[in-house]
Design a protein around this ligand. Structure first.
Ligand SMILES: Nc1ncnc2c1ncn2[C@@H]1O[C@H](COP(=O)(O)OP(=O)(O)OP(=O)(O)O)[C@@H](O)[C@H]1O
Length: 225
């Protein structure tokens, strides 16, 4: 049986009082991989923010990782976020802490107990992104691609059912972007659904997946064409 990770029906994505997207209906199942494309200002980030409850869903229905979005109580938001991996410009690494301390910060904030367990989890996710040797380094001593891999490692800490990524290959050279995409492919293969906003059509061509397009205030779905 299919397992729905995201389902929006007739949803309106709002920024303050402005409707950015209307009539948004789509679903993602476990292990789906979809791109989110569209011009600057077309609503990609706003849609992702709605999915992680940074913007409220006021019109339409929606569930994400088992949480109903309309009228989601503020107290429930951290529980929703624990089920998600978020790779977003708004969630930078803390510059005054090492890589391991950055990861520990998230584990502590999401209720992990036990020093050994936490250390093991940090080692696991850093190994997964190929950065085992970077645990004690400061973020600014890493390359842009390495920093992005740490952000992805951080997003994996709580074994998310859904990874939301906004321009994860932005500002990276093509080879580094490629290594990020290979990492995403592995993460997706291991059972995490991925929704990735991007302007990078070379990446989309090389790693073809379903495409959701924000256009003229609506969301078009390549799976429905
Ligand atoms: N914090 C905000 N407050 C009010 N309006 C906003 C805010 N952020 C974005 N908007 C508006 O919402 C609309 C959609 O913006 P959004 O950032 O979702 O687009 P985008 O497709 O992600 O763009 P980009 O490709 O440049 O990241 C735009 O008209 C934008 O001006």
């Amino acid at each position: 049986m299919s397992e729905l990770i995201v389902e929006l029906r007739d949803a309106t994505v709002m920024q303050e009082t402005q409707a950015v997207l209307q009539g948004v209906s789509f679903a993602l199942e476990k292990s789906d991989f979809a791109y989110l494309v569209g011009r600057t200002g077309s609503g990609k980030s706003s849609l992702l923010k709605t999915l992680y409850a940074d913007l409220p869903l006021l019109v339409g229905t929606g569930t994400v990782a088992g949480f109903a979005l309309p009228r989601l109580p503020v107290g429930k938001v951290p529980y929703l976020r624990r089920r998600l991996g978020i790779v977003f410009q708004d969630f930078q690494l803390l510059p005054d802490r090492t890589v391991a301390e950055n990861l520990l910060f998230v584990l502590n904030a999401t209720g992990w107990r036990g020093k050994a367990r936490k250390q093991q989890r940090i080692a696991d996710v850093l190994g997964r992104v190929g950065l085992s040797s970077a645990a004690n380094r400061m973020p600014h001593r890493l390359s842009g691609g390495e920093q992005q891999r740490v952000v992805i490692a951080r997003a994996l800490l709580n074994e998310p059912t859904l990874l939301l990524a906004d321009e994860p290959t932005g500002n990276l050279d093509p080879e580094v972007a490629d290594s990020i995409m290979q990492l995403f492919t592995e993460i997706n293969y291991a059972g995490t659904a991925i929704l990735m906003a991007t302007h990078n059509f070379q990446v989309i061509e090389k790693y073809p997946h379903r495409v959701l397009t924000c256009q003229d205030g609506a969301l078009l779905d390549s799976a429905r064409n």
